[in-house]
Design a protein around this ligand. Structure first.
Ligand code: ADP
Length: 524
């Protein structure tokens, strides 16, 4: 590894209390009149980034958003823990500095991977171990997640204020509770840098016992109810929501839903009090990774103009998953296996599958308790149901490229990405009418069919009866070849690329930076 001494000097400022930057020492970037505008510089802090490490949609978003922002003149650096899988993929990462974070010495490594600029936080005792980013190899939370992500967040705050060499961010963008404490470390010193927090799923709140607070080296005042205290515990996400300058979530519908006590998961009151800074920006998809015409992980490429080869992917699925061959619709589910995702409702749907000769494949990772009833059925319905437990990017691409239907029966869904991939690949989605699913799939009701707008089927979240109806409607439509083809084509022609959403983030960044400049100038 290359050692850069001058940067080592520059980054050495052991943290043991307030950040070593006096407040207000740096005014946010102002372009000189007549000079070409400098690109905006954004530091993203995240716990997963595709294609380096992924457990769900968060990784897809941090990776794809960053690439799209670059095309809009926004330079991003992503701060990410150096998990073993990350180090494996970034073998040529360069050592650029060291930080003492809550008593742990961490190295900073600079890497570039598939168009992404990364700062890897290497601290072997925190990030180099078995299991995944959040769970150990037995599926339990790592016992010290409070520390692992406080350290990540503190590193984010240090980079936001001190920069890395000549690189200094204009704004910091935090993703989910794992990065949310960056807002606390920055506000603790009144750092004049705007902070955006994106909530990808309100169900994950970074909730720890109240005593944890005293290990975080934050001012006592942050332990109170107006910042971190949360039902006698503390919540990192709550702290981020309270302190960020803007809070976004991943669809406008979810941004509205979480303001209600029913969907706010205990955080509705806090969110209502921050309503003026809360907005929803719909996720997009990385069209360079998810394109049926060029996707290297599917056996037969195809497009809306040449959909014939899709049939051969379908046959490949039947072979690979041991399903009976034949015209009955193939329904796939690709999901974390949890209650949120409604997987527990599937076993009761088998009669309607039988009736229509339909086949079901579930690819998922997570709670066996949720999937156990389904596994029981596999024994009785071999050739009709297949379950693959585990995470497989390749199997996910194949299923989306060959299944007739993608089912997403979530009880709630902030945005959902799989239905967007399905639309692009001509797998007609059946989705629960919630969050981003409701926004991105247009139900094939009479009006939508009459106006040629339908792209899939909706059902009421959590309702087995309505899920049954939606499956029945979809299976009946599947027999009408022309109507089915229309649904597929409309989905395939819908644009869910990141461009529009990335532009909304860029606008938000610019408005926050503008506000900071205005307030700094007014104060002078
Ligand atoms: P969430 O982030 O809540 O898990 P999303 O729909 O937003 O749900 O994103 C899930 C992402 O993870 C999608 O890219 C989906 O294809 C992928 N995914 C989920 N489970 C698996 C799995 N078992 N194997 C491969 N990819 C999966």
């Amino acid at each position: 590894m290359h050692v850069n001494r001058s940067l080592q000097e520059c980054m050495r400022s052991d943290y043991g209390g307030p950040l070593p930057l006096s407040s207000g020492t740096r005014l946010i970037r102002k372009d000189q009149p007549g000079s070409a505008p400098e690109p905006l510089k954004v530091l993203c802090v995240a716990s997963e980034v595709f294609p380096l490490v992924k457990t769900g949609g968060l990784a897809d978003v941090t990776g794809a958003l960053s690439k799209s922002l670059t095309r809009l003149g926004v330079e991003t650096e992503i701060l990410l823990p150096a998990y073993p899988v990350v180090l494996e993929k970034c073998r040529d990462a360069e050592w650029v500095g060291q930080m003492n974070l809550l008593g742990h010495m961490a190295d900073l490594l600079k890497a570039r991977h598939e168009g992404l600029d990364l700062i890897l936080l290497r601290c072997p005792e925190l990030y180099e171990r078995g299991g995944g980013p959040y769970l150990d190899s037995s599926g339990n939370d790592h016992h010290d997640n409070w520390l692992r992500f406080a350290v990540l967040s503190l590193a984010g705050a240090r980079l936001a204020t001190e920069g890395l060499g000549a690189w200094r961010p204009d704004l910091v963008h935090l993703h989910d509770w794992q990065a949310a404490l960056t807002a606390c470390y920055l506000k603790a010193i009144d750092a004049p840098i705007p902070i955006v927090l994106t909530i990808h799923n309100l169900a994950f709140q970074g909730q720890f016992s109240a005593g944890t607070f005293w290990n975080l080296e934050l001012p006592d005042r942050f332990s109170h109810m107006d910042v971190m205290e949360y039902y006698h515990d503390i919540s990192y996400l709550k702290a981020g929501i309270q302190l960020a300058d803007a809070v976004t979530t991943v669809s406008p519908t979810y941004a509205r839903e979480i303001l209600s006590d029913r969907s706010g998961m205990g955080m509705a009151g806090v969110l209502r009090s921050r309503r003026s800074v809360l907005s929803g920006i719909l996720n997009g998809i990385d069209s360079s990774v998810w394109d049926p015409e060029t996707d290297p992980s599917i056996p037969f490429n195809y497009s809306a103009g040449n959909i014939g080869p899709r049939e051969m992917n379908r046959a490949a699925i039947e072979r690979q998953f041991g399903l009976k061959q034949g015209p009955g619709p193939i329904v796939c589910v690709i999901s974390r296996l949890t209650w949120q995702k409604g997987i527990d409702m599937l076993a009761d749907m088998l009669p309607v599958f039988n009736e229509h000769g339909a086949k079901l494949i579930v690819l998922g990772d997570g709670g066996m308790d949720v999937v156990y009833p389904l596994l029981e059925q596999v024994r009785h319905h071999s050739g009709q149901i297949a379950v693959q437990i585990g995470y497989s990017e390749e199997a996910a691409h194949l299923l989306i490229a060959g299944s007739d239907i993608l089912l997403q029966p979530s009880r709630f869904e902030p945005c959902g990405l799989t239905q967007l991939y399905a639309l692009r690949y001509g797998a007609v989605p059946i989705v629960a009418r919630t969050g981003g699913l409701a926004e991105t799939v247009i139900d094939a009701n009479e009006a939508a069919i009459a106006s040629s707008a339908a792209t899939g089927f909706h059902f009421h979240p959590g309702s087995k009866g309505d899920l049954h109806n939606a499956l029945e409607r979809a299976f009946n439509t599947h027999r009408q070849t022309a109507a089915w083809r229309q649904l597929q084509m409309r989905g395939m022609h819908t644009d869910f690329g990141w461009e529009r959403s990335a532009a909304q983030y860029a606008d938000l960044y610019r408005s926050l930076i503008g506000e900071k400049i205005t307030s700094a100038v007014t104060e002078q």
